[in-house]
Design a protein around this ligand. Sequence first.
Ligand SMILES: [Zn+2]
Length: 533
Amino acid sequence: MPWSLLIRGGTVIDGSGAPRQLLDVAVEGERIVAIAPELTGPADRVIEATGHVVAPGFIDAHSHSDLFYMGCPSSESKIRQGCTTEVVGMCSFSPAPIAPGRAESVRGWAGGIGASIDLAWESFGQYLDALRSVRPSINVAHFVGHGALRLATIGPDNRAVGPDDLRAMQRLLDEAMDAGAFGYSTGLVYAPSAYAGTEELVALARGIAKRGGLYFSHVRGESAMVEASIREAIRIGEESGAGVQIAHVKASGRENWGKMDAVLRLIDDARARGVDVSGDVYPYHAGSTKMDNLLPAWVHDGGLPKLLERLGDKSARRRIVEECVIDGERWGTISQGRIGFDEVLIATCRRRELEGLTLAALARQTGKVPAEALMDLLLEERATVGMVSFSQTLDNVAKVLAHPAIMIGSDSIGLSEGIGPKHGKPHPRMYGTFPRVLGEYARDRGLFSLETAVHKMTGMPAARLRLEARGLLRAGYAADIAVFDPTAVKDEATFQDPHHYAAGIPYVAVNGSLVVDGGRMRAAGTGRVLTPR
Ligand SMILES: [Zn+2]
């Protein structure tokens, strides 16, 4: 029988970190069946890969595509980077579980994303079935969000959990694990996840540690309190026995940039004493999230209706200004540190004409002081505004990228033309993360070898997640494959002009099917909802 696919003459970088080799790769159906020099035999399709690197498909260790699969199962902006798997359910957000009658609060929580989607599920298992039924083109490894667990049990309120609440959350977490979740995630700067104390998080982590589940942590603060926050995440792993992944490792705010070495040392020290801790990072010095996260946690107490009420209330606004505005020029938050109004971009917004403006420019345009312009914008847009914030430094980004326990996660969503996303100025990482690591950081700056770069986006996350037979090029492994030109691979998306697919990645196979073929996307729908080994 002929092979279904033969990739001939390429340079194999197998994902393990081992040196490159000239090898051919044969695929039969969904699996790699042979890797050897100069394979001969009939094949339905032959790709001549001379001058190209043949690597395992990349694994985005930190993604937020979850709800987007429902409208955009092709995840094109990820696939075109060579990604074949996304890890979602991050930063406390997941579309399930949803308690009966609570869909509206989940919708408000998801902001603009949830508005157009029929949240027609309750349990995590029902949601994963709905995800399978839309046939994503990319493999999906799903975590359950701590915020979703809280919303489904005690709602959006700012309060500590009692023993009954905790039991209810543990039951939902167990159900999610039974259905195929890899663990749970927090976003301790985001309501309602932020309302949890450490004990609650340790108790939940204990439940998953027994079954090999992981705790993925967007920590409590990435600015002034970054060291204490990393310590808390490590403590949760140490006390529960669960593996910990620190999400998008960073130090936000100019005044905190100097803390990066201490943060990495905390991770090194924990690893040295046997705590199972790792992290992920995106290769940019700006982050992106919903703009309402610039508001303190108390403003979110009770969910979206309460938030809007407070934004319309004079005394609440005064309190927000007192807490957040620093010398009129900057805004101070737990997640961003002290950030200038000229360092925050409006990325996506219902009023298209505002997209790409900084908050400082918006203030000038409207004749308001920046803090008022920010609060008015959130009120008028019902808190549905995406932002890009330049709160980090490139030196730190390189330092984190190079750390041996850090893998690559874009912290972004996958988009395609189908969902109508060619507007706005979303963070370029949704188009450029992986080619930027390969091109800019490995090839151009020589931060690490191409073998190391590929390992950080394939074998390393696959081992972390205990993915079955994925993340390496080996006979018997899933045929998730990226073929790229090491001299040409490049991110083309910029902050001012983000909607450009990466260059130099002509072929991508997901479970043996060519989803990018000669540089053209074919939404094959061959992705799988993965479950832990
Ligand atoms: Zn996050």
